[in-house]
Design a protein. Sequence first.
Length: 316
Amino acid sequence: MNMIPSVDLNDFISNDPKKKQKFVDAIGKAYEEIGFVALKGHFLDDTLADNLYKEVKHFFELPVETKQSYEIPGIGGQRGYVSFGKESAKGKKEGDLKEFWHFGQYVEDDDKLKAEYPDNVIVNELPEFNKVGKEAYQMLEKTAKYVLRALALYLGLDELYFDVYIHNGNSILRPIHYPPITQEPDEAVRAAAHGDINLITLLMGAQGRGLQVQNHEGEWIDAIAEADELMINVGDMLSRHTNNKLKSTIHRVINPPRELWGTSRYSIPFFMHPISDMKLNVLDGCVDEENPKAFEDITAGEFLTERLIELGLIKK
Ligand SMILES: O=C(O)CCC(=O)C(=O)O
Ligand SMILES: [Fe+2]
């Protein structure tokens, strides 16, 4: 499989059962094979996406001292700014060549979760950044909810199975800036090969080249979505919950050829996480003689903490 299939969310949302089933089958098959799809018909419109990119660029252009004033100690980088080189992929010692920001959940109707999550960090210099970040967060979350509904049907679960776990979930919108490369990097790359931690990841298509996905044969293929598509992949939480039926595919961001070292790269993944109490225990329907239970029982919160330690974002 050398192609990332394209699907249209309008098929799922339409009242036509045939189209809906076609969407469910296509996304399920893609996730059993390559682990990625390109999705049209999502809820993030062009104007909002353009404004988000504009504001994100303004943010990363702020003086480094200003950005660092938004780096909050003690929360594992879960909100606000994370400076250059701090995060490394699981198993790597070199930090990735990136700086990033985290917008988190906007809890309005659950005091317990509101207290559990760190507050969102407000950038005083850029009122629009805060506003556009929240709007984009909510539109991507809505898109992800429908994708998970389709996957629930594919897995033989109730269509609304994931809804209770993702309402006020611990999702994160992460604008990333990969700065220009100024000297021959030793071992470090923009983002070393990794699987995402969460249930599913939504990535806007507009970004430049660089993202690559590893297929079953171990070959790296370029993942390029069209401007109106979101690239959506399975993360390790969903892969675990489905006993590896849905694949969390390894991907990376390679450094550009030398003539493009002078250019920045921006990308804005939305990592869909459930609430921390969700049990990621392997679903009964995903276990049979050929596929024995491959993972220990664990909650989403425990799994996240384990991985943030491995990424260097929380200290043991
Ligand atoms: O920058 C990209 O295109 C992808 C980044 C990524 O895979 C990640 O942050 O998990
Ligand atoms: Fe990723």
